[in-house]
Design a protein around this ligand. Structure first.
Ligand code: MG
Length: 369
């Protein structure tokens, strides 16, 4: 049984059904409505990285309705950037008047003003941007990949992520991911070797590894990366703390596999200074503040000759589908945040043997789960 089928047969939290495409009563004419709601997403496995360990995640969901069209948005707050769902919601509510009064077709102008008015709160900004872009795509009657001029056949394979756990559970998670041809493994603790050996004991698939800033010592980083290369790892994500750029540059000159920036790269303006230290960047909508900034980051990184990756936080199909619409611009995708939860209220992007399959409906192309 693949993961999707497993999910269909697994019991779904009662909350999910009542939230399905919960749009506000559609205002008539050009009347506009904005809703904000904190949604608790239940995890199938306790999720552990170097930063935290949890059994659920709260994300902020928004809807923007005008002229009978409702766009859905979502942002997953990132603790590292001092965000939580309540602060994201407060940020969106702080620009309610702007959003209600604005012409949503002027989405770029609106988002520039949102970025000017709200310090930080990137997940809140993403929840606004994605709802507007979903609305615009539906208004134009085209899927968002078409809006960005992309070919849905060009989507990359997505990895499926294995969080940090005991060797026995790591093996079980690896076996459950049978349908995914490439896996991403979280490391960055003292148990790194045991984790990779547990995965390797049950699969020969290509692996990608994320250290989430876990190695503080540059010689340790070189030693671990060279060992990972021997274990069939394709690239390493954020081996050292984001601010240790000089050390990362030193590490890069001593290893063969690409080094991808994640925590070191939040916005387009960060990318030029990362060129000497990293081979590529991991772009996430929750980190950038939505699709528009994510698109700028992908295009800028490509223009600088860097590799591009699209990642996600644990979230519903809203954010993951929004990212997937941009994924033809990415060399690598790690868009599995919706597959790790058991109460996703939406259907959007699908995964078939690792390949991202974009929905063809207008906007994000979401339907109720
Ligand atoms: Mg990462």
């Amino acid at each position: 049984m693949n993961r999707r089928n497993f999910l269909k047969t697994a019991s779904v939290a009662p909350a999910a059904a009542s939230l399905a495409l919960a749009a506000p009563a559609a205002p008539s004419g050009n009347a506009t409505a904005l809703t904000t709601k904190i949604l608790r997403l239940n995890l199938q496995h306790t999720w552990t990285t170097t930063m935290s360990s949890s059994q659920y995640r709260d994300t902020l969901h928004t809807t923007f309705t005008r002229g009978g069209i409702t766009g859905h948005g979502e942002g997953a707050p990132i603790v590292r950037y001092h965000e939580d769902a309540a602060s994201a919601r407060k940020a969106v509510e702080s620009v309610r008047d702007l959003l209600i009064a604005a012409d949503p077709m002027q989405f770029a102008k609106i988002m520039a003003e949102v970025f000017r008015r709200i310090p930080g709160e990137w997940a809140g900004k993403a929840a606004i941007d994605i709802a507007l872009m979903d609305w615009v795509g539906q208004k134009l009657g085209i899927p968002l990949y078409s809006y960005f001029g992309l070919d849905p056949k060009d989507t990359p394979l997505t990895t499926f992520s294995i969080g940090i756990d005991t060797p026995a559970i790591t093996k079980q998670k690896t076996l459950e991911a049978a349908d995914y041809p490439v896996l991403k493994v979280k490391v960055g603790l003292a148990t790194d070797e045991a984790t990779i050996e547990a995965v390797r004991s049950v699969t020969k698939k290509p692996l990608r590894v994320d250290a989430n800033e876990g190695w503080k010592d540059k010689e340790e980083a070189v030693r671990k990366i060279n060992w990972l290369e021997k274990m069939g790892v394709e690239f390493i994500e954020q081996p050292m703390p984001a601010e240790m750029l000089e050390e990362t540059r030193w590490v890069r000159s001593r290893v063969h596999i690409p080094i991808i920036a994640d925590e070191a790269c939040q916005h387009a303006a960060d990318i030029p200074k990362l060129r000497e230290c990293f081979d590529g960047v991991n772009v996430k909508l929750d980190k950038s503040g939505g699709m528009l900034e994510a698109w700028r980051m992908l295009e800028l990184a490509k223009s600088l000759g860097m590799k591009t990756m699209l990642g996600c936080m644990i979230s519903s199909s809203v954010t993951v589908t929004a990212a997937a619409h941009l994924s033809p611009l990415a060399d690598y995708a790690d868009l599995d945040g919706n597959l790790l939860i058991s109460n996703d209220p939406f259907h959007g992007v699908r995964v078939e043997h690792g390949k991202l399959i974009l929905p063809k409906g207008p906007g994000l192309g979401l339907t109720a789960a």
